[in-house]
Design a protein around this ligand. Structure first.
Ligand code: CO
Length: 486
């Protein structure tokens, strides 16, 4: 399994390089290199000898609990990979790369018709994939399960009913309140100084620079080659300091999770993250619950002011805190505030579910999208580039991915509530920039377990109950009630 992991993580290194330092002309051969290694990986993970060993090991009663879990989860992966023929894997990979290219050009030219035929092909293939993978109630469940094991359309629907019922009227109330001022975010901020400030924030969180580094990329991401080498990236915009701050703290949260996974389990499931939802809970906890709190800026505002004395001379810590929590319905998901963000996810969830049950067709997407944005966010979509073409996910064949963003935020609120209850001085510690205890808590409760527990088992183990949207809503009401004087 370690040898298989060696190949898998080598692909990760090549992909990281592709997004950060690779010169443009290297793209074609890089794609070939990654595709070759993916083939090697698939061959290794579906090797018949491995299958035989796993069969034997799953009957071996001398294994301890952790070893049993490693065998059980590896066997799951093996059985799943075995369901796919090489022809199917290759066809999928080819279709995805065509679809991705069509999406790029469609987005650039604001022309959905370039994308439509390729996406139709990909959706058809994805529907076949659902049948190959298998599902109980809804074909879309097979897609969801790839990112959030055990998640179903039915459960998510229930969750989003709560979101609609509670969050929609709450945002309406905020819309009628006096808007907060955030124009100082958009002055000119020297990129190198921003970079230094971002590194300060990462160090303060406890990100280990001897086991990781930060680089620039056009879309911030985190990747890991093993827990002792975890890379984060960020983007820096000269005319919006908030962008660097958020991506730094967010990816830092992902990075801390990866650095906290047990290195001694390298190559085995217990060295891996549970699910995208739990991964996102770690990034959102740092980004929102910590990074968008007043306590956090009591410590860090003087630091950012030190870097940018002119730009921020008339600004107070409290103004900075309010600005970063400005709520305003908008067109673009990635720059949405932490409340209206979930409307963006809800729209994508409804569309994906409808696509997989066949109630809408790819051709209907732009009109359907625009109607939903009007309904949930009250905004008119001026172009498909700023509408249905904005996200990369579908062109990659990633259906069922979006809901994990919301699930992650809701887990984060529930975990953070528990962390505060177990450590009543947490807020005071954050005010002083002392993150040691919080990180230790996350390490012990979440990181060191790898995939030993499922997401919902872990949530129950930590908080005593299953995922409960009420924690997010209470957090939102308390914070935004104060900011907007509701
Ligand atoms: Co994330």
């Amino acid at each position: 399994m370690q040898k298989t992991a060696d190949v898998g993580y080598s692909i990760a290194v090549l992909s990281w390089d592709q997004e950060t330092y690779m010169p443009e002309k290297g793209a074609e051969f890089r794609a070939q290199q990654i595709s070759t290694l993916s083939g090697v990986f698939h061959k290794m993970i579906t090797d018949d000898t491995l299958g035989k060993w796993l069969e034997e090991l799953s009957k071996d009663n001398s294994l301890n609990e952790k070893q049993k879990k490693n065998v059980e989860l590896t066997k799951e992966t093996y059985d799943k990979q075995k369901k796919f023929t090489t022809e199917f894997v290759e066809l999928m990979s080819k279709t995805v790369s065509e679809c991705f290219q069509a999406w790029q050009s469609a987005k650039e030219k604001n022309d959905f018709s370039i994308y439509q035929p390729k996406l139709e092909k990909l959706v058809e293939l994805k529907k076949q994939e659902c049948e190959i993978l298998g599902y109980k109630d809804h074909p879309y469940d097979a897609q969801l399960n790839e990112y959030e094991k055990g998640a179903t359309a039915k459960d998510l629907e229930k969750l989003f009913v709560d979101v609609r019922k509670e969050l929609v009227p709450f945002v309406q109330k905020i819309k009628q309140a006096k808007q907060v001022e955030d124009s100082f975010f958009y002055k000119t901020y020297d990129k190198d100084k921003q970079w230094s400030f971002g590194l300060d924030l990462l160090k303060q969180m406890g990100y280990d620079f001897d086991a990781g580094r930060q680089d620039r990329s056009s879309h911030p991401f985190t990747t890991s080659f093993n827990p002792l080498d975890v890379r984060v990236t960020t983007r820096v915009s000269e005319n919006d300091i908030s962008e660097m701050i958020w991506s730094c703290i967010h990816e830092g949260g992902h990075g801390l999770y990866e650095q906290g996974l047990p290195a001694e389990e390298y190559g085995l499931p217990l060295s891996e993250a549970i699910s995208l939802g739990i991964h996102e809970s770690q990034s959102r906890l740092w980004e929102n619950n910590v990074g968008r709190s007043l306590a956090y800026w009591k410590k860090n505002f003087p630091i950012v002011q030190f870097y940018f004395p002119d730009q921020l001379k008339d600004v107070k810590a409290e103004d900075f805190y309010k600005a970063m929590n400005k709520v305003e319905p908008s067109l673009i998901r990635t720059s949405a505030d932490e409340l209206t963000y979930h409307f963006h996810v809800m729209i994508r969830f409804e569309i994906e579910k409808a696509l997989f049950e066949g109630t809408i067709k790819v051709a209907d997407l732009p009109a359907y999208w625009n109607a939903k944005y009007k309904e949930y966010l009250g905004v008119d979509v001026p172009s498909d580039t700023k509408g249905v073409l904005q996200d990369i996910h579908w062109s990659h064949g990633s259906f069922g991915y979006f809901p994990t963003y919301s699930i992650g935020s809701f887990y984060a609120a529930q975990f953070f509530d528990k962390a505060k209850k177990e450590n009543p001085s947490l807020t005071t510690e954050i005010e002083k920039g002392e993150m040691k205890n919080l990180l230790k808590w996350l390490r012990e409760k979440v990181h060191i377990h790898g995939r030993f527990y499922t997401a919902s088992e872990l949530c129950e183990k930590i908080t005593g109950e299953k995922l409960n949207f009420a924690y997010f809503m209470n957090y939102a009401k308390e914070k935004y009630g104060e900011i907007y004087e509701l």
